[in-house]
Design a protein around this ligand. Sequence first.
Ligand SMILES: NC(=O)c1ccc[n+]([C@@H]2O[C@H](COP(=O)([O-])OP(=O)(O)OC[C@H]3O[C@@H](n4cnc5c(N)ncnc54)[C@H](O)[C@@H]3O)[C@@H](O)[C@H]2O)c1
Length: 327
Amino acid sequence: MAGNSSDVLSPKQPPLPSPLRFSKFFQVIVADNYFTGSKDNLKKWIGHPRFELIRHDVTEPLTIEVDQIYHLACPASPIFYKYNPVKTIKTNVIGTLNMLGLAKRVGARILLTSTSELYGDPLVHPQPESYWGNVNPIGVRSCYDEGKRVAETLMFDYHRQHGIEIRVARIFNTYGPRMNIDDGRVVSNFIAQAIRCPSFLSQSLVCFSGEPLTVQSPGTQTRSFCYVSDLVDGLIRLMEGSDTGPINLGNPGEFTMLELAETVKELINPDVEIKVVENTPDDPRQRKPIITKAMELLGWEPKVKLRDGLPLMEEDFRLRLGFDKKN
Ligand SMILES: NC(=O)c1ccc[n+]([C@@H]2O[C@H](COP(=O)([O-])OP(=O)(O)OC[C@H]3O[C@@H](n4cnc5c(N)ncnc54)[C@H](O)[C@@H]3O)[C@@H](O)[C@H]2O)c1
């Protein structure tokens, strides 16, 4: 059973917390190599006196003064993380080592955004944090799944060996506005496909001329979808709280891919066709978080239901794709 490392005594005292922790004014520094991220998403903050953006790849060391590190850097969509698997595993392993090295040098607290992929194709359902997972170590998804597993190991080893203050979140599928439109994740795929498919006035007509909603076979595989604002709230609570984690952050509502497609069709474009296509290797059959730990330790639970979150994402996608509701 995976334990909560808070129970394990640190052999070393933690490094002195950075004096920045007690500073009255805070500053946000974002480091990104823009592999899947975009400056566009940050344009609201560029030029703000307390905001700084650095083009930086976490596989290289970073020397800055900070008191908290949110370590999110890693492509999260299969299309992108499989594109250069060696780089993905380097980002997870060398990138996490570099961020832990930074945390150690400046006495910062560090939070890792780990993933439900760590549970692989789970043999336990729903998944508690104590479940060790069922992951293929040599498959095409392993660069991400095993990469994150090593990243978690590094976090806990630095905690035990050097006393670093760590926080580990295991995130389940999260969606929301400003996601990469073509990044291949299921919610963004369905929404973009439903918007791009021309809508006919009669609901009885099926959209054969535009893009269908492509559901990977068999369509009965399940996922749980968390809206981005809920997730951010959970991450901040975890960072500010006293528990190391790992803590599941996700929405326990569970949907099959066919149910998700039907919901997108109903809410966004009733004329769109749903088409079942071939699946990719090692696609997990089911995913649903147990969030008792997050509820008890962080006072957190998601508030936004899928049916309320999807239209918020649709609005943003329509704007960026240049399709208003009438098209
Ligand atoms: N969104 C989800 O459903 C989900 C689920 C589980 C875990 N996570 C984790 O949360 C984090 C953020 O996910 P996201 O959905 O926002 O993904 P994303 O791909 O949209 O964002 C990842 C960010 O990391 C940057 N990045 C990638 N490699 C980098 C590198 N080597 N150096 C510096 N920056 C780099 C990208 O440019 C991008 O801005 C990731 O670590 C991901 O594994 C996300």
